[in-house]
Design a protein around this ligand. Structure first.
Ligand SMILES: CC(C)(COP(=O)(O)OP(=O)(O)OC[C@H]1O[C@@H](n2cnc3c(N)ncnc32)[C@H](O)[C@@H]1OP(=O)(O)O)[C@@H](O)C(=O)NCCC(=O)NCCS
Length: 342
């Protein structure tokens, strides 16, 4: 049997002996940062190209414009810029990062994965590096896995990035999907809470592979195909259920939450969720209008926007929830500790 004291932390690829066990700790998000491409495609431009009405798209999705990466822009470069900014804000030296997690379904190449490229680019040369695949639930899944590493003392500093250039897998001729998606990256640094504030509570994750065909990319055409109404119904139901399950797990109620940051899938889903759970709109983050759905990036982009707008204060209780292909979904409650320089 393995001696647990010998497998407590990542052994470094340099061959250096692994540092001794870290103490179990209360994990927290120490900072957040965002990066989106500067080029945008407006819904008016898209509607003209698709031969449909701009009003139809806006009324169905709430999206007026989406950032679209240029052909020569690389996801890993945006992820590294967001990652470096998050590390800087948290005051964490890249050399101290134990693990780089990148949630994505649109890495630059089929192989290698994005995480090792990002780790190298930010100077996290001592870190392990893993891509996570859970589609739009990827960031929340990474938050659960990363928090557990810190909680158990297996890692001290983790760079977690949600990054997707979804427009690379969108069929621009498909009016049912093209209007929904956009490109973006958001990064957070996870570590032991530094003061009284900041925690990552229980995160509930779920999956139902019987919904696999509803959002699907085949190797043959490498384009996203979607049964919109089926996804819509499941997204509202599952994020609603997961919200209540996460709150129950944290011993909280809807009234205890200062801010609800849902996967920015589309405006109608956000509105339906808010209605179903009777959430006041001033406590629901809605940044879909100018960002679109950037899959694994939407949660950290939502957190970054809320912090920029002064809506995310130290000590705020935040409910995060996501839903995506698979189907996969989840929700969790965090207490915001505050970004270092915010
Ligand atoms: C995609 C979505 C906006 C479509 O809205 P909807 O009301 O469900 O529309 P339907 O797909 O049932 O299509 C209704 C009609 O509108 C048409 N339509 C679809 N997209 C259109 C567009 N962009 N402009 C104009 N008409 C459109 C359809 O062709 C259909 O007409 P038809 O019956 O003559 O074929 C909606 O289903 C949705 O928001 N789904 C969730 C998708 C999502 O968020 N996915 C990401 C989750 S991670």
């Amino acid at each position: 049997m393995l001696d647990p004291s010998r497998v407590d932390r990542h052994t470094h690829a340099t061959g250096e002996p692994a540092p001794s066990a870290l103490a179990p700790a209360r994990p927290a998000i120490l900072s957040v940062a965002a990066e989106v491409p500067s080029s945008r495609v407006t819904t008016a431009q898209l509607a003209e190209r698709l031969g449909v009405s701009e009003d139809w798209i806006v009324s169905r999705t709430g999206i007026r414009a989406r950032p679209v990466a240029a052909d020569d822009e690389r996801l890993s470069e945006f992820a590294a810029r967001a990652g470096s900014a998050a590390l800087h804000r948290a005051g964490v030296d890249p050399a101290d990062v134990d693990l780089v997690l990148v949630a994505t379904l649109t890495q630059d190449e089929l192989m290698p994965n994005a995480a090792p490229i990002v780790a190298h680019a930010v100077g996290a040369d001592r870190a392990g590096a893993i891509d996570l695949g859970a589609a739009c639930t990827g960031f929340l899944s990474g938050l659960s896995l990363g928090a557990a590493q810190i909680e158990t003392g297996r890692a001290d500093r983790i760079l977690l990035i949600g990054a997707d250039f979804t427009t690379r897998i969108v069929d621009w001729e498909d009016k049912r999907t093209a209007p929904l998606f956009g490109d973006g990256v958001g990064a957070v640094v996870l570590g032991p809470a530094t003061g009284e504030l900041g925690s990552i509570g229980p995160i509930v994750l779920g999956a139902d592979g019987s919904g696999a065909a509803a959002i699907h990319i085949a190797h043959t055409d490498r384009k996203l195909r979607m049964d919109g109404p089926e996804v819509y119904r499941n997204a509202v139901a599952r994020m609603g259920e997961a919200t209540l399950a996460a709150l129950a797990g944290a011993g909280l109620t809807l009234e205890d939450i200062d801010l609800f940051v849902y996967h920015q899938a589309n405006g109608r889903i956000l509105r339906a969720l808010a209605e179903k759970l009777q959430l006041p709109s001033d406590r629901v983050v809605d940044v879909i209008e100018n960002l679109g759905n950037s899959s694994a990036a939407t949660l950290p982009l939502g957190l970054a926007a809320a912090e920029d707008e002064g809506r995310l204060k130290a000590g705020a209780r935040v409910l995060l929830s996501a839903f995506g292909a698979g189907f996969t979904w989840g929700a969790g409650v965090i207490e915001w500790g505050g970004s270092g320089d915010a």
